[in-house]
Design a protein. Sequence first.
Lengths: 293, 351
Amino acid sequence: MGQQIVNGLFLGSIYALFALGYTLVFGVLDILNLAHAAVFMLACFVALVLVGNAGLHILVALPLAVLAAGILGVVLERVAFRPLRGRADSNFSGLISSLAVAIVFEAIALEVWGPNVERFPFGTLPAGRPIPFLGAEISRLQLTAVGVAVLFFLALTWLVTRTRLGREIRAVAESPRAARVLGVNVDRVISASFFISSALGGAAGVLYGLAYNAIAPDMGRSVELKGLAVIVLGGMGSMPGAVIAGFALGLSEVFVVAKLGGSYRDVVSFAGLFVILVLRPRGLLGAASLREA
Amino acid sequence: MWEALKDLFLTYESTLGYIGLNSLLALSVYATLSCGQLALSNAGFMAIGAYAATLLTMEGGVPFPVALAAGAVLPALVAVPLGLPVLRLRGVFLAIATIGFGEVVRLGIVNWDHVNGAQGIVAIPQKTHLWTIFVALGAVLFVLSRLRGSKWGFALEAIREDEPAARTMGIPTAAYKLAMLVFGAAIAGLAGGLEAHFTFMVAPNGFSFGRVVDMLVFAVVGGTARFWGPVLGAAFLTLLPELLRDLAPLVGIEPGPLRLMVNGLVLLAVILFLPNGMASVPDRIRERARARERGRLAPGAAGWARSSRSSGWSAPSAAFAPWTAPRSRSAPARSTGSSARTAPGRRPPST
């Protein structure tokens, strides 16, 4: 039981990190960035190269991979979102163009690393005995993952609520037009949001790759759909909601696997997603629904 | 000579079949897009149709046409209780909810032991012929072509352009949206039944999120302003890999990644530079020619249109004034000339 909770929190921290980035972009631009999972995957491959080929320590490789993911996010915004800004249906066309970039990213990974599952070299994670905690055992990786998730969440909360950039991000989320009139450099703010969002997704990707030690070009797909479930459950655009929902999904998946078996794991998230959208479309912490015609 | 032609046909028979099947699938997504709704449940509907038809022919001993019809009707029936609550959602939320539905169907099949779960059913009798697929496609295209210019067609267009306004005009938007979801579900189910008896196998893996993404890509690349656009897109993107197979060694990229890469780049290029898809190319050429004509007759008017589009007097808001950009999913060809660009009084769509 205790062990289940630990495992659930670990899985949940990865979902929460992934969903934080997802929801940040949705909150700012009202666009679903379907390339988020592709950035997640590429960051993991970057970490693999840094550890496997360059021989770096994972604690050095992780921040570098996160940085690389952030840069990818800026590129993604330039290529797929900026040219569409101002189009009447930018929600729809942004969805499609991010999908296109996701396909291209996946093709690149497929060409460079091939379709087979890659693994981190043995000894990537420093050896160490799991830490006993209330009858459960916490591995170093689990502790790191939860720590990274909490750290990022606190940093992001600080950034959004206390800094100038955060104020500008909130202003753009409210109304890009009004923000621009008030002298906010909207393009720069959106670029920064994409950098942060993709960096979070990249961090989730590296941790996910370390956790399952199975890195493949299509590893982002299942997480992409679960990330959707998380941001819907949390309320689209709500960051605390995404974190709470991420941990909730991680915990519920672990318990479902324990009680019903592995093949029911994904049923819960998608059935839950569906039910929430029908009963309470704005999620747990979402703002009251707006007219979206 | 005759032999050579026959060989050629046999080589490309499956490609032709896939062009037909993919066209049907693209049209099933188009059905809901035609009233502005992005529903991504069609892989789920396709799975229901494929499994229903397969079980009926293999275990029920039912004649193939009846099984196919059942495979189209069952997902249509499922679409009603799905659509009633879900179609109240808008935009991205509808897309997400329907993705959830598709995944639940797929996972339900994975957990259904009677149909071999994730392994799927193999050795399905081959009953689908090329002509079966194209008869089905022709029937669907006929229905869609009749919609154009009818009361239904205008209602769908009105809903796509501005749903609240359409509702205010007395159009029962919920009923139309539901009808199109049901119609799309029937097309997807029909395609599923046809495909199962064309490739001799069904497996839940074939109905994943990636499948519905493929359908959407066909429809978007072809263009959704015209009912034949999705067919164009499906044909183009199904033939492309065949052409690329010979090209792959030349550029030094494996065929698999190359195909994926080209698909992605084509999609990106279309959404960036040709928002109404390939089907809009003739309209664009015509419109450009007309604009040039007008420019010659009244240079002032054309010049005004251009200056209002560049940031000029409205610098701070230009990028966020949607009515200055051509609307993508609307049908600009039918609106006269460049009204979408020049009419300043046009009501800006709320965002």
